[in-house]
Design a protein around this ligand. Structure first.
Ligand code: SF4
Length: 740
């Protein structure tokens, strides 16, 4: 390892992987990152996990895209022979930027002008900056002319956000992770924090050491279980039964915080009525947790000075994901465990900027800061702000867009062209055979990325973009901290900053309808920078240097109204990290929200009763096992970055399927054997690994490996509110043998 005294320069940034948002310093020598140090950031206090410490050299990987590529005429978009990393199999030819941009934007424009605005859609990225997310959604709304814009939040916490917006009026966390320091009880549900939010997990372990009780509630018993006071290994898919049993106990045993419910909640009677039938004794056979254990946990939660709930995608990725989150909101409300230190609701955000990308409006039903596109006042404000007529109907979500790509020609909303920036739906979407077929069926697909991803493999034009260390920008972590990362390197070859590429597409497409000049936005909403209808905004002429990034940030700050109004670019340059809501330059930010009221219409939490809805596809005699998908410590999402990081790839070089010893024995398998996992939609051959934390009758597969893509098997059934697919539950066969 090269020490800091031997490097050419040190550049401060933010870890590009998970939503914990650890602040880092890149050590650069000879124009390469040679090591990474943890900084004393508010989320990490100098700590880093293996990804943050060693996952940096993907940026220097020889498979980086360095020139624009155009698909050769007549080459089929066939995924039958999936590409190996770095191999584009002669399907593409190199092109100049001018030629590639002219084709990329020209065909999108043709499709829009021929078939109308609904013919196009865009996926932005939670791996990019807030500024990129903001500009991308602005391009789709003003240039494409619809709200068909989404990103991977749809695949992780969309159902949590739906429940939170409905219940407490805000989709973000109420308390920051390291507030577990003040909690007596830490309720971790549907989350494997030591793998997925490792530095956050260290705060939980520290809390356990000083005496806090961790309750792990999860069908899989993961590492944090070693530190747990109680482990509730409930049967997969029975979240609502278990959580309603806890709420039932709180009410039945007189543990309700009556004053809190009376003064700050609505619809309590409906909740009380609904959970009457969910006694622990009735639910124990359903969820698999003894009634007395459920009662014990409910009592401990209700009587703790502070009890905090942290959850992951085990809660959200179900057809009843919104109901699961509604139950968590109800649990903290009836016990008064919200709006004070060491309590509250914390959906642990997955990717580094999934919070910020959502805040910036990279979602089909909301403008920046969760202002609904079908709200007349918000709609008028943004039409004025951007100076272009806007669609007032919510757009399609990720999975809906895939369906619309395969709609008949007669469908006026058929998606015919897409622009995908930094996302990899050909690996991350459910039911991949369907998703890949949909992407391949598009008349025009433009992909902007740093590697030839599985999605880029299906593109007509591939635009080489910048890796995170190659750009300056802000990201927002799971704790609502807006954090600034600075450019440490130049992009390789002819690769370009994403902000530049978005603008080039926007300029060539032009607005979907003529610009207009109407009344100015509401008084006070526009600050010194002025309306983006000036030379920078409507002409898509932001500067290519840091001042251009700052200009986009400041425009976004106006669009987000009060939420980040106290976080100026200059303040971020001084402080690196500021928590929102932050209303003025001297506001330190609010690490705990809902202290006095909730941002709902009546200022109260709305309690929403939930009943048991079974998974869309249950195991049966033909497909007897449950497939659970997820992540692992060393690899990140579809693996495009971490599998090209030397240390991380060496630690976990190949896909494995985890099963417990009992199931391995029953099938006559040993760890290391190859099995074929098969669902009704697809199959993979994969080595098995023993993991006794995986429940009987289930198999866990990470989705980072192209050669054993777990999502070939997953079910695209959606939660009706969050429109999130059921990644955490589908039925599979486990068959001995196969060729991995
Ligand atoms: Fe990066 Fe998350 Fe690890 Fe921190 S915990 S170093 S943000 S991957």
């Amino acid at each position: 390892r090269i020490g800091s005294q031997q490097v050419d320069r040190q550049v401060d940034s933010v870890c590009p992987f998970c939503g914990v948002g650890c602040l880092i310093t890149y050590n650069v020598k000879d124009e390469k990152i040679v090591s990474v140090d943890g900084r004393d950031g508010p989320a990490n206090h100098g700590r880093l996990c293996v990804k943050g410490r060693f996952g940096f050299d993907y940026a220097h990987h020889p498979q980086r895209l360095t020139v624009p590529l155009i698909r050769k005429p007549g080459v089929p978009k066939d995924f039958g022979d999936a590409p190996r990393p770095g191999d584009w199999g002669g399907a593409f030819r190199e092109a100049t930027w001018e030629e590639a941009l002219a084709l990329a934007a020209g065909k999108l424009k043709d499709l829009r002008d021929t078939h109308g605005s609904k013919a196009l859609a865009g996926f932005g990225s939670a791996k990019g900056s807030n500024e990129e997310a903001y500009l991308f959604q602005k391009l789709v709304r003003t240039g494409f002319g619809s709200n068909n814009v989404d990103h991977c939040t749809r695949l992780c916490h969309a159902s949590s956000v739906a429940a939170l917006l409905e219940g407490v009026g805000s989709g973000a966390v109420s308390n920051q992770v390291n507030d577990v320091e003040h909690a007596d009880l830490i309720f971790v549900i549907g989350s494997n924090p030591t793998a997925n939010h490792p530095v956050a997990a260290t705060w939980m372990k520290n809390a356990a050491k000083r005496g806090a009780k961790i309750v792990l509630a999860d069908p899989r018993v993961t590492d944090i279980g070693k530190h747990a006071w109680r482990t509730l290994q409930f049967k997969a898919d029975t979240d609502v039964a278990m959580l309603n049993a806890l709420i039932h106990t709180v009410i039945e045993e007189g543990l309700v915080d009556e004053a809190f419910v009376r003064e700050r909640a609505s619809n309590f009677e409906a909740l009380r009525e609904n959970v009457k039938g969910y006694s622990p004794e009735a639910m124990a056979p359903i969820c698999g947790i003894p009634a007395e254990t459920l009662r014990e946990v409910a009592r401990a939660f209700a009587t703790a000075k502070g009890a905090m709930v942290l959850w992951g995608m085990g809660v959200s990725q179900h057809v009843h994901g919104t109901d699961n989150a509604r139950c968590l909101i109800a649990l903290v409300t009836v016990t008064g465990q919200i709006g004070k230190p060491g309590s509250g609701l914390h959906p642990l955000r997955g990717q580094n900027n999934v919070q910020g990308a959502s805040d910036a409006g990279l979602i089909p039903m909301m403008f920046p800061n969760y202002q609904r596109v079908d709200d007349a006042a918000a709609h008028a404000w943004f039409e004025n702000f951007w100076g272009v007529p806007l669609d007032a109907t919510p757009g399609y979500t990720v999975v809906e867009i895939m369906h619309k790509a395969l709609a008949p020609d007669s469908d006026p909303h058929k998606i015919r062209g897409m622009y995908i920036m930094g996302e990899n739906p050909a690996m991350s979407d459910p039911d991949l055979n369907h998703a890949r077929h949909a992407l391949a069926s598009l008349e025009h697909l433009v992909v902007q990325d740093i590697f030839m991803t599985e999605t880029a493999w299906l593109a007509d034009v591939v635009l080489p973009a910048s890796a995170w260390p190659e750009k300056t920008g802000t990201v927002s972590n799971t704790d609502r901290m807006v954090q600034l990362g600075l450019r440490a390197l130049n992009p390789p070859g002819e690769a370009k900053p994403d902000l530049w590429i978005i603008q080039q597409i926007a300029r060539r497409m032009g607005p979907h309808a003529p610009h207009f000049v109407s009344s100015l936005p509401p008084e006070g909403a526009v600050r010194a920078l002025g309306r983006p209808g000036g030379a920078e905004g409507l002409d898509w002429n932001y500067q290519g240097d840091e001042s251009g990034v700052a200009a986009v940030y400041e425009e976004m700050r106006q669009a987000m109204h009060a939420a980040i109004s106290g976080i100026s670019w200059e303040r971020l340059q001084r402080e690196s990290s500021v928590t929102y809501p932050c209303l003025s330059e001297d506001d330190p930010g609010q690490p705990i929200v809902f202290v006095d009221d909730f941002p709902t219409a009546d200022g109260r939490v709305k309690l929403v009763p939930a009943d048991i809805i079974p998974a869309d596809e249950r195991p049966d005699a033909q497909y007897p096992f449950v497939l659970i998908t997820g992540r692992q410590l060393e690899h990140w999402h579809t693996g495009s970055m971490t599998r090209r990081a030397t240390v991380l790839d060496a630690l976990e070089p190949m896909a494995t399927a985890s099963m417990n010893q009992g199931d391995l024995d029953a099938l006559g398998l040993q760890a290391g054997d190859v099995v074929t996992l098969r669902s009704r939609r697809g199959e993979v051959a994969i080595h098995v690994r023993r993991d006794d934390g995986t429940p009987a009758g289930a198999v866990f597969v990470p989705f980072a490996y192209y050669e054993a893509a777990a999502n070939l098997m997953t079910n695209a059934a959606l939660d009706p509110f969050g429109k999130i697919p059921e990644f955490k539950y589908c039925a599979v066969q486990v068959l001995r043998g196969g060729t991995p």
